[in-house]
Write a protein that binds this ligand. Structure first.
Ligand code: ASP
Length: 357
């Protein structure tokens, strides 16, 4: 027998005699196919229905890839509170999947069921880790749905309370004479504190011993306890400690001094002699790739409501952060911004030749 027309070299056998059973089996196959098509249609419809009703009373988990009590955690918790109302009052829980400079938590969300019930709040690490880690299990461009940016946050350079230096000039002198013995904490390779610390060391041309933590909440606790000497961290974590005089503030990382009352007298690194030293950290919201469009729309709408919530804005401003009020709240602009940040940090990191793996 020849194969069916159009199937070169095909081996499908078409019986000429006794073709009734063949017809019957074709009819059976067709009805099976129809049934499975109907099942698929029903499943899609129910998914669509579920997407329309999202969150449907089911809790949402926001994964924070750093330790509880730290700056990323704080942003996520305040945001969760502000997003609850526009998401029909559903409960939003925080899951601190900390470690490896945020890559553990990021991977967890990249692999999560794409139904909008598992989200990620993370910072600039989304753009630095793809360069610092050569063996990531996720792709920052293709494994996430970008939901919009949250805020921009300056950083502060702070020291342990026991440090003899009382201002940046004295700190510089102390670092010069303690060469090689200064302990600088960070939240792991690829974190904001790591990035800020790298730039600081390269500007001062001083090598320090870096001490990684799972977030800057444990790092600041050790700084206060005197186990490490210096830390560069977001104002969302340092403002209250500076206010309570538990740490020594030396400088802020913006070009202009900050207006937050507790921080307004701290000089910039630029005015302290490190010309153009500027590090501002941003946070964004993400979901797993493949989350249905109506769910993404609801989440983005809820984010927009949260970013206009006066309580959220007040809390963030009190911690030195600026809530995003520009086009980066749109998913496509958010993604473009992160891609531009990867392009900005990539060459700097590659030139420094530092890799985490
Ligand atoms: N502030 C940390 C960092 O340096 C992250 C955190 O603990 O939230 O990236």
């Amino acid at each position: 027998m020849h194969g069916p027309p159009g199937v070169p070299g095909g081996h499908l056998v078409i019986p000429f005699s006794n073709d009734l059973p063949a017809l019957r089996s074709e009819t059976l196959n067709a009805s099976k196919k129809l049934k499975s098509l109907a099942l698929i249609a029903a499943a899609t419809a129910s998914l669509g229905l579920h997407a329309q009703n999202f969150p449907d009373g089911k809790p949402i988990t926001i994964v924070v890839p750093f330790a509880a009590g730290g700056p990323t955690d704080r942003v996520a918790r305040d945001l969760a509170e502000a997003m609850r109302k526009p998401l029909d009052g559903v409960s939003i829980v925080i899951d601190n999947a900390a470690g490896a400079g945020s890559t553990i938590g990021n991977a967890k969300v990249a692999r999560a069921k794409p139904d909008g019930h598992t989200l990620l709040v993370t910072h600039v690490g989304m753009a630095t880790t793809p360069v610092l880690y050569r063996k990531l299990t996720y792709n920052y461009e293709t494994d996430f749905e970008y939901l919009g940016m949250i805020n921009d946050v300056p950083m502060t350079l702070i020291g342990k309370p026991q440090l003899e230096a009382n201002n940046f000039k004295e700190l510089r002198e102390w670092i010069a004479k303690s060469s090689g013995k200064v302990n600088l904490g960070n939240a792991g390779i690829g974190s904001a504190s790591h990035l800020c610390g790298l730039l600081f060391q390269s500007e001062l041309k001083a090598e320090m011993t870096t001490v990684p933590y799972k977030g800057t909440a444990p790092a600041i606790a050790d700084l206060i306890g005197g186990q490490i000497d210096l830390l560069c961290d977001q104002t969302t974590n340092t403002t209250s400690q500076i206010e309570a005089r538990k740490v020594k503030p030396y400088a802020v990382t913006t070009m202009k001094r900050l207006s937050t009352p507790a921080l307004k007298d701290i000089p910039t690194l630029d005015e302290s002699g490190l010309k153009n030293f500027q590090v501002t950290i941003w946070h964004g919201l993400y979901a797993a790739k493949g989350t249905p469009a109506p769910v993404l729309k609801k989440l983005n709408d809820a984010l927009k409501v949260a970013l206009k919530d006066p309580d959220f804005i007040k809390k963030q401003e009190g911690l030195g952060a600026v809530v995003v009020a520009d086009k980066r709240v749109e998913p496509a602009e958010h993604k473009k911004f992160v891609q531009a940040e990867v392009a900005r940090f990539g060459p700097v990191i590659k030139a420094a030749g530092i890799y985490a793996d």
